[in-house]
Design a protein around this ligand. Structure first.
Ligand SMILES: NC(=O)c1ccc[n+]([C@@H]2O[C@H](COP(=O)([O-])OP(=O)(O)OC[C@H]3O[C@@H](n4cnc5c(N)ncnc54)[C@H](O)[C@@H]3O)[C@@H](O)[C@H]2O)c1
Length: 379
């Protein structure tokens, strides 16, 4: 029986307060209004950013809320006026949507739309309501997409159509984690062939950065992590050296400066710790090194920079979503994965769990037992 125009009952992982387990509930997802899209989610990655939000380390959330920043699925129905997709299209839900009208979207070097919900965490759609409810009470959404649910409803700008041949379990990572690491290397730092890169943190974002360094032709890629179980996969993906800071008496940036005779050409912080960001900056060459921040620290943390680190000629920058203009560039990134085979997303998906085991998935990430866990919804 057609569900078009009707509310849909959907299993969703609802968060009722900070530091609580997610509760699997049966919620109602209202039909899409004008310029909205209802998506049946097939796969959703569990990202460190979801954990930051869950543990009150981001700017405050409105409860109850459905988290999930990285998901892919199939369009179930569309509201009036939607032109970008039709029912049956395969899509990625966008946590970094772009209205393509604001000053940021129109700038050739920006992807951070003023209408996204990143950092604001209002948890509402553009019309300031949401389509999620339980027993008549509104549930908030997260980062414009909320993928921890069998069905989500997003504004048209938070959805991009992709090649139906793509494996949704894997390309869900293009929605957030993969593109953030890979894109910061290629779009933000613009790593050149033959150079030396150092990547701090070998989770999904760091491994994606390593993949980017390899594609860019870096000749030396140094991975740094306190969890040595990550090293074999990092080497498989392109790391030439892997370092555990706990194995060294000296600060790790001093080790890297010695190894590279003066510092790496490019550094990437993929953890979200300000002390590691400092170390990453200092591991880059002082007069031309490029230091790049990807990790998201607690909202109360502050990075203190000695201006001399930069006056000598280093550059310091950060990037959201790897500077990809998601609605324009994600379809091409999917092609790079499935046809050009520039990178292999399956290497990042080390665990797949049924959706109901979402809390186990968070535990695996917290215990460092996975690169990325992807939740698989009932088809
Ligand atoms: N800028 C963006 O657009 C963007 C997008 C996605 C994620 N992120 C952020 O990127 C960061 C990484 O995300 P992830 O999903 O890969 O996380 P993750 O938890 O899977 O990986 C982090 C890795 O860092 C290692 N680590 C922790 N402390 C360390 C230390 N002191 N020294 C060396 N290694 C250490 C861990 O062992 C782990 O392997 C998070 O802060 C996340 O919020 C940013």
């Amino acid at each position: 029986m057609s569900t078009v125009g009707k509310p849909i009952k959907s299993k969703a992982a609802v968060l009722y307060g900070f530091n609580q387990p997610l509760k699997i509930e049966e919620i109602e997802v209202a039909p899409p209004k004008a310029f909205e899209i209802r998506i049946k989610i097939f796969a959703s990655g569990i990202a460190e950013t979801d954990d930051l939000a869950l543990s009150d380390d981001m700017a405050s959330l409105n409860f109850p809320v459905i988290l999930g920043s990285e998901g892919a699925g199939i369009v179930e129905s569309i509201g009036e006026g939607v032109t970008k997709v039709k029912p049956g299209d395969h899509v990625i839900a966008l946590c970094g949507p772009m209205c393509m009208k604001c000053k940021s979207c129109l700038h050739e070097d920006s992807n951070f739309c003023v209408n996204n919900d990143v950092g604001k965490n209002k948890g509402l759609m553009l019309d300031k309501t949401t389509r999620f409810s339980i027993n008549g009470k509104q549930i908030h959404n997260f980062m414009s997409c909320s993928t921890f649910t069998e069905y989500t409803c997003v504004d048209e700008f938070a959805c991009v159509k992709i090649d139906p041949k793509a494996n949704l379990d894997e390309v869900s990572l293009i929605g957030y984690g993969f593109s953030s690491g890979y894109g910061t290397v290629l779009n933000t730092a613009k790593v050149k062939p033959g150079t030396t890169c150092v990547v701090f943190g070998l989770g999904a974002i760091g491994m994606s950065a390593v993949m980017g360094c390899k594609v860019a032709g870096a000749s030396r890629i140094i991975g740094v992590d306190i969890n040595p179980t990550k090293f074999s996969r990092a080497k498989e993906l392109g790391c030439t050296d892997c370092l555990n800071p706990n194995d060294s008496d000296k600060p790790i940036h001093e080790v890297i400066v010695e190894m590279t005779e003066g510092g790496a050409d490019y550094g990437f912080e993929c953890i979200g710790k300000v002390d590691v960001m400092e170390s990453m900056i200092l591991s880059t060459q002082c007069s031309y090194g490029s230091a790049n921040i990807i990790g998201v620290p607690k909202s109360t943390d502050r990075l203190v920079v000695d201006v001399m680190w930069l006056l000598t000629g280093r550059s310091l920058q950060g990037a959201f979503l790897g500077d990809f203009k998601a609605p324009l560039q994600f379809p091409g990134l999917v092609q790079d994965a499935i046809h050009a085979k520039k990178f292999d997303l399956s290497k990042l998906v080390t665990c797949k769990l049924p959706f109901e085991k979402i809390n186990e998935g968070f535990d695996l990430m917290r215990q460092g037992k996975c690169i990325r866990t992807v939740l698989i919804m009932d088809k």
